[in-house]
Ligand binder design. Sequence first.
Ligand code: KG4
Ligand code: ZN
Length: 321
Amino acid sequence: MILALETSCDETAAALVEEDGTIRSSVVSSQADLHARYGGVVPEVASRRHLELVVPVIREALEQGNASLDDVTRIGVTRGPGLIGALLVGLSAAKALAWARRLPLAPVDHLHGHVASLFLEPGPVDPPFLCLLASGGHTLLLDVQAHDGFRVLGTTLDDAAGEAFDKGARLLGLGYPGGAAIDRLAREGEPTAYDFPRARVPGLDFSFSGVKTALLYTVRDLTPKELERRRADLAASYQRAIVGALVDRTRAAAEETGAGRIAVVGGVAANSELRAALPDAALAPLELCTDNAAMIGSAARFVEPVAYPQYLALDAYATSS
Ligand code: KG4
Ligand code: ZN
């Protein structure tokens, strides 16, 4: 059984995952409330909170899985990309556990983890497939041919899709993180009320800075009263522009690569309009879309574990090479 840890951003998470991809337990402690008053994640605050939470969250995962450290055969941990200080808390905890229990350690790439959220029981989705990974930090189109990796076909040239949702939510006064709030409010609005632009970047890349700026200018020209009245229409139109761009590029990539199957993962994969717009796609279950450790445990199954003492030299990385 794999004990997996995830601390790359503002979720402290631990999970127990079996070799066949069965989730024995998955505990996610979100710090979102802590960061809300700053309108975004404050790295140093996140690191300190991870430090307070990591041991209780591991204990909780063992308890919920009805297991003890004696049942664990391998440690999996997110090594990057993410906030360095936050990552180091999880990585240090993982090294300490591996050393204390004489276990091998599997260092996991966070993006590989999101893809591997599809490999879990029940109903695993196996490669090959074309994968849209849309989260707060990344927007990627990936060619996934095997369980242990992927090839990047396209990426965002500026903001990530989730970041665009979060910045839009802030402009609309919906708090942080705002993706889910826009999703909810958009249901009461008219998606064609505003014609927000869709970036025309070449190839299979994305750009979301234009739509964000368009929303900024639109909101700036409204009185507080008008904004109140049009908020749902703005949310619906803004969401339509982002989801439309994601769906267009994903379908284009599928056509270009001849992919027989489309999959969507990452926090933005929780978006109801996106899920409805890709009815034929394999979608990660809602609780596995946003950051969690079960997906890290899943990916760890396909990573070469590192033995003692080599894993002590493992470092975290902020961005993917
Ligand atoms: O994957 P994730 O938990 O963290 C990163 O690795 O970045 O993704 C978080 C992002 C946030 O930007 C959040 O606003 C967005 O996913 N998100 C959503 C929804 N739920 C979460 N965006 C749109 N609609 C949602 N329902
Ligand atoms: Zn993530």
